[in-house]
Write a protein of this length. Structure first.
Length: 263
């Protein structure tokens, strides 16, 4: 059955590739972006490819923008929009953490509540939260981001359990990408170096940290979004999606082992 699917954060990376994949399978895809510049660029790409995407700006932190979802009878909401922040919890400005939570958790939940009005009334629908493997194990120097994804995963699992009690056939699932080379990870890890100064506790460790991050991403990052996009498509099309969809699978296994052994 073809579905009406709205994706946030579809201007690049996983969101963009998911939009292409779902449209190719015949779904009605509403691909939303953070700003008008991204929306115009995506609309131009879709026109050039002959792909019938519906594109507009939806900044999830904007109350007016969030109201736009009420215009659609959504079968699937894919909460993909998110931001990253890095730095040690010993010194990072807490306002930076607040902003990450504002986007990754609070605004995401506010948008979801609006979409749920229609889904619960129609007694059908699926909400996908794009969390992260970083939401299952602590990531040193990435904790502002990691904590927000821990919270998002908890919210998704809790909401899933609550909606089951309504027996309204509205499902919730978590999408948990591992390290994938979209440029997001590099931008996030580099962000802390814009505010770390000579007074930073870690100022003497900057070069070592940068080298370690480069090695880690070089070793772990999947070169393509293909595996996680396949999981998003599977979850969006499922009649009864499972709780978690993880890719690349080897990174998911690594996270399970890390949790078991308390790494």
């Amino acid at each position: 059955m073809k579905k009406t699917i709205l994706i946030t954060g579809a201007g690049s990376g996983i969101g963009l590739d998911s939009a292409w994949a779902l449209a190719a399978r015949g779904h009605r895809v509403i691909a939303t972006t953070f700003d008008d510049v991204q929306a115009q660029a995506l609309q131009a790409m879709a026109s050039a490819r002959g792909v019938p995407l519906e594109v507009f700006k939806l900044d999830i932190t904007s109350q007016d923008d969030r109201q736009k979802v009420l215009s659609f009878e959504l079968d699937v909401l894919i909460n993909n929009a998110g931001v990253g922040e890095s730095g040690s919890l010993a010194e990072v400005d807490v306002d930076r953490i607040r902003q990450v939570f504002e986007v990754n958790l609070f605004a995401t939940l506010e948008l979801t509540q609006l979409a749920l009005h229609g889904m619960i009334a129609r007694r059908r629908g699926t909400v996908l939260f794009v969390s992260s493997i970083a939401g299952r194990v602590p990531m040193p120097f990435l904790m502002p981001y990691s904590m927000s994804k821990f919270a998002l995963s908890a919210a998704g699992a809790g909401l899933r359990a609550e909606l089951k009690q309504l027996r309204c056939h509205v499902h919730v699932a978590l999408i948990e990408p591992g390290a994938i080379h979209t440029g997001f990870n590099q931008a996030m890890t580099e962000r802390k170096y814009t505010w770390m100064d000579p007074q930073s506790y870690f100022s003497a460790h900057v070069e070592r940290l940068k080298a370690q991050e480069k090695r880690t991403f070089g070793l772990l990052e999947a070169k393509s979004t293909r595996s996680i996009v396949a999981q998003i498509v599977k979850a969006a099309e499922a009649n009864r999606p499972k709780l978690r969809y993880v890719a690349p699978w080897i990174q998911g296994v690594g996270v399970r082992l890390a949790r078991i052994f308390g790494v």
